[in-house]
Design a protein around this ligand. Structure first.
Ligand code: NI
Length: 397
């Protein structure tokens, strides 16, 4: 039996090392599928801890390792961290500022990787005390759909040993350090994208009768797309369609030949996702045809929605209540952002939850993907304790 106090004490002792790891990773950020130095760093750390079956190069740069409990065989729990950074120029003036021009850990994945290494240490030190297996997974390219999770799953990371449950966390700059938020059911949306090319007929701006104006047609399409949400979607369900690019023309008196529209679609259920993926092309082609043009529509499915298993989330809630106290456990609202941990949740029961990391008093309030994003590193200890205890609790039950 591992007591809570002893666990917290040993995490507190190892925190300088965890913070140093996080800062090292922050200084050396790498973009998706190029996490070569990061993966090497992770593998070396795991090796030094005595983690078994370390595999590297899964889906380019993914790393896995296994900790087998000394109390015998049992269930297998997978814990996941993402390793990739973003193409952002860091604007923080800190000693651990990014040394890679134009690349920055602006989403906290440096923290996720450092935390999972911390969890690895806590659990290897206690492996004689538990039964079952912990599988550690460090994945590439969460920020780059189609992402690193899917190819890692296709490479077999959920088999051998067969994984029974999956857990993951994200640092949460929208919540103060000390808070943890979670929810059963949908927590993050499915994110799909579309590209529409309207093929009209160019002409003189003063002679529209000789042309087929793709800008006028595109404008109708932008407005009509919004009626899919307002008129065809269940008003109780959540969804969004946004046209985020409208590219056409270059002169004030020339009607162009074509217009290109690009946008994003966010949904939470397979049904609503399927509906929009069918209705967007139908509506676009119909409007284009009615206005004498043609439209090509490409609809790309991105990450599915992240749906937490209620029972696994209850287990996490029990654990994090012990870690931060009931008053600091918040019900997570579904977010319209997407996350490829969803692929794990599609295949195994599990839960993805959020570790508060902002600190207004210290000015650490910039959001994810901002050039000044930075976290209160005290969040890392909370993340490590929450994840390590979740794994142990799951293996016990
Ligand atoms: Ni992220």
């Amino acid at each position: 039996m591992i007591t809570a106090t002893r666990l917290r004490e040993s995490i507190d002792e190892m925190m300088p090392g965890v913070v140093a790891d996080r800062r090292h990773l922050h200084e050396h950020p790498e973009l998706g599928f190029h996490e070569v130095g990061t993966a090497r760093f992770v593998a070396e750390r795991l090796q030094a801890l005595g983690v078994e079956d370390i595999q590297t190069g899964i889906a380019e740069t993914g790393v896995t390792g296994v900790i087998r409990g000394g109390q015998g065989p049992g269930k297998t729990v997978l814990l996941r961290a993402d390793m990739d950074a973003l193409p952002i120029v860091e604007e923080n003036d800190v000693p651990y500022r990014s040394r890679h021009d134009g690349v920055m850990h602006a989403c906290g994945h440096d923290g996720h990787t450092a935390m999972l290494l911390g969890v690895a240490r806590v659990l290897t030190e206690r492996k004689e005390d538990f039964a079952g297996t912990v599988k550690l997974l460090f994945q590439p390219a969460e920020e780059m759909p189609p992402g690193g999770a899917k190819p890692m799953i296709e490479a077999g990371v959920l088999d051998d040993p067969p994984v029974d449950a999956v857990f993951g966390i994200h640092l949460d700059q929208d919540a103060p350090v000390g808070k943890v938020s979670l929810a059963g059911g949908p927590v993050m949306a499915a994110a799909d994208r579309f590209t529409i090319v309207i093929k009209g007929k160019g002409g003189h701006g003063a002679k529209p009768q000789t042309a087929i104006d793709p800008i006028a047609i595109g404008s109708q399409i932008v407005v009509a797309l919004q009626t899919l949400i307002s008129r065809e979607y269940d008003p109780v369900a959540t969804g969004v369609v946004s046209v985020c690019a409208f590219l056409s023309g270059s002169a004030f008196n020339v009607i162009p030949d074509t217009a290109e529209l690009r946008g994003t679609v966010r949904t939470f259920t397979a049904e609503n996702r399927a509906m929009l993926s069918e209705r967007i092309p139908e509506l676009v082609r119909g409007i284009a045809a009615a206005m004498r043009a043609e439209a090509e529509v490409t609809y790309d499915f991105g990450y599915p929605a992240s749906i937490n298993d209620p029972a696994m989330t209850d287990l996490v809630r029990e654990v994090v209540t012990e870690v931060v106290g009931a008053e600091n456990v918040i019900a997570a609202e579904p977010q319209m952002g997407a996350e490829d941990f969803s692929y794990f949740l599609e295949r195994r029961p599990g839960s993805f939850f959020f570790i508060g990391s902002n600190n207004a008093a210290r000015g650490l309030t910039w959001g994810h993907h901002h050039p000044r994003f930075d976290i209160d590193e005290a969040a890392l200890a909370i993340g490590i304790e929450s994840v390590a205890k979740t794994a142990l609790r799951y293996l016990e039950t």
